[in-house]
Design a protein around this ligand. Structure first.
Ligand code: ATP
Length: 488
């Protein structure tokens, strides 16, 4: 088994094979933004499909949602992001580069989301012997300061009705604010979940980590609503389900682990939180978060009930949030507009929430890095991506052995038939060995070759990527043969 060990090698592999390009590259690129090329977009779509299938389609207790990116400013006031979603940073006095303090110290996260910035600042941060990752200067950092992570934009054409909005930094809040809508329009009953995949935006301080940390990225989040008291059981359930999802899609077990957050790392509202970490072969410490699973208690729904009570104040303040405090919680908040009535127990309460929150880009990167392999075959080096069939960008490549004797015509017919069912690729150029190698490098699980024998007995060769074994299959059986293997 060969592993890529440098981030630069991953970046060049992704570019060379058309997986990922720097955004706006012809203009010199845009920092920490990336574009997915022809193979990359297929891989990323497959990661999303696999997540949706496992979290929504295969379950009877989860429904889907797709919310807008722009949301009412009070959403972020209520969630805590407007005031508190920041990183603690320090600036190098030598080169003026800003670095996240938690990246200079231990592996402890200090996104100050939902934590008072003052409380985080009050903690002692000894940076006197810390090295600037940009220029190498030692102990030259300023005092830590908060840096807000939400992007702002302007909505509305007229001066008097335009307002400043934020691009969402997570998809979760769109789910909380639709909790009532989903309850009122579907037959869901607690316990149930609402799932969403979509873009999120954060003006990240630490970049240069390729698609591991970008300023525009995709999240796949589930908010699973349950009765208080059953939350610990559901937390364990989702921890295990999400961990197994990565393993079932081919990530090697030795490269995956849980990291349970210590009490001092938890946001004050969270009862428990665990990171599913992957051993990325780059960066400091290797082990990095792929996904977080958190027990968010009833915090978010309660906060949005407070947000709803703040609406009048916001109108009175000319639709401006400046200097507005969130309204107090109602005394009977358990019966508020975002409460749930349990028909059987005749009891009303605010549900607890278990949240598995995954990054699609980070998962795609982990799947790619984990699938990479090199081996020697008959004295020649073979590079390949051993993708799980569900994730492989191209499922089957179809080749005529040579460009004559009716082989291209048969191959085109085979291609036209197979592409109705899955993503295929037709190639008739170059030596057959070279064509196989190109598909190995793209991670294509099967190559189908039409040769002289096909014209005689209607069979084709199916070559399997990992073992390179070849079997003959009749054209009539080909679709079933491939589907069985792809769906196994
Ligand atoms: P980190 O500490 O690495 O910045 P986080 O703890 O802030 O991450 P969450 O807010 O828990 O991340 O987001 C859930 C998931 O979304 C993460 O596990 C990750 O997969 C993904 N994610 C978060 N920020 C980014 C980013 N800037 N680029 C790509 N993916 C991200």
């Amino acid at each position: 088994m060969a592993r890529i060990t440098k981030l630069d090698d991953i970046v060049s592999l992704c570019k060379r094979r058309g997986f990922i390009f720097q955004s706006s590259e012809i203009y010199g690129g845009l920092g920490s933004c990336y574009d997915y090329g022809p193979l990359g977009v297929e891989l990323k779509n497959n990661v999303k499909k696999a997540w949706w299938k496992s979290v929504v389609q295969m379950r009877d207790d989860v429904v889907g949602l797709d919310c807008s990116i722009l949301m009412h400013p009070l959403v972020w006031k209520a969630s805590g992001h407007a005031d508190k979603f920041a990183d603690l940073i320090a600036e190098c006095k030598k080169c003026n580069t800003r670095t996240r303090v938690d990246h200079l110290t231990d592996h402890i996260e200090e996104h100050t989301e939902h934590i008072s910035i003052d409380a985080v600042l009050a903690k002692a941060h000894d940076l006197s012997n810390k090295v600037c990752p940009n220029c190498g200067a030692v102990g030259q950092f300023t005092e830590p300061m908060p840096f807000k992570l939400m992007f702002e934009t302007q909505m509305g054409a007229n001066v008097d009705d335009s307002m400043t909005l934020q691009l969402r930094p997570e998809t979760a809040q769109g789910i909380f604010v639709n909790f009532r809508n989903v309850l009122d329009t579907t037959r869901v009953k607690i316990p149930f979940g609402i799932a969403q995949i979509g873009k999120s935006f954060r003006n990240e301080v630490t970049t240069k980590a390729f698609i591991f940390r970008t300023r525009e990225f995709e999240q796949a989040e589930l908010e699973f609503f349950c009765e208080p008291g059953t939350d610990e059981k559901w937390y364990e359930h989702w921890k295990e389900a999400r961990f197994n999802w990565y393993i079932n899609l081919g990530l090697k077990k030795e490269n995956l682990r849980f990291r349970e957050h210590d009490a001092n790392e938890l946001a004050h509202y969270a009862k428990a939180c665990v990171d599913i970490e992957y051993k990325f072969p780059f960066g400091s410490g290797d082990w990095q978060e792929l996904e977080g699973v958190a027990n968010r208690t009833d915090y978010d729904l309660r906060q949005h009930q407070r947000g709803m009570r703040t609406l009048n104040k916001w109108f009175e303040n000319n639709r401006d949030l400046t200097n507005i405090e969130l309204a107090d919680e109602a005394e009977d908040y358990q019966c508020g507009p975002l409460s749930y009535f349990d028909d059987e127990k005749k009891r009303r309460y605010i549900p607890y929430v278990i949240e598995p929150s995954a990054g699609i880009d980070r998962s795609a990167l982990a799947f790619l890095v984990d699938a990479y392999d090199e081996e020697e075959v008959r004295g020649e080096r073979r590079n390949l991506l051993r993708f799980h069939p569900a994730l492989a960008p191209v499922k089957a490549a179809i080749f005529p052995l040579v460009k004559r004797d009716g082989m291209p015509e048969i191959a085109c017919n085979v291609h036209n038939e197979l592409k109705k069912y899955f993503n295929c690729f037709y190639d008739e150029k170059g030596a057959i060995g070279r064509r196989y190698r190109r598909q190995d490098e793209a991670g294509t699980p099967f190559c189908v070759t039409i040769d002289g024998q096909t014209t005689e007995d209607n069979t084709v060769t199916v070559r399997e990527r990992d073992s390179m074994e070849q079997v003959r299959v009749s054209t009539g059986q080909l679709l079933n043969h491939l589907r069985e293997k792809l769906e196994a």
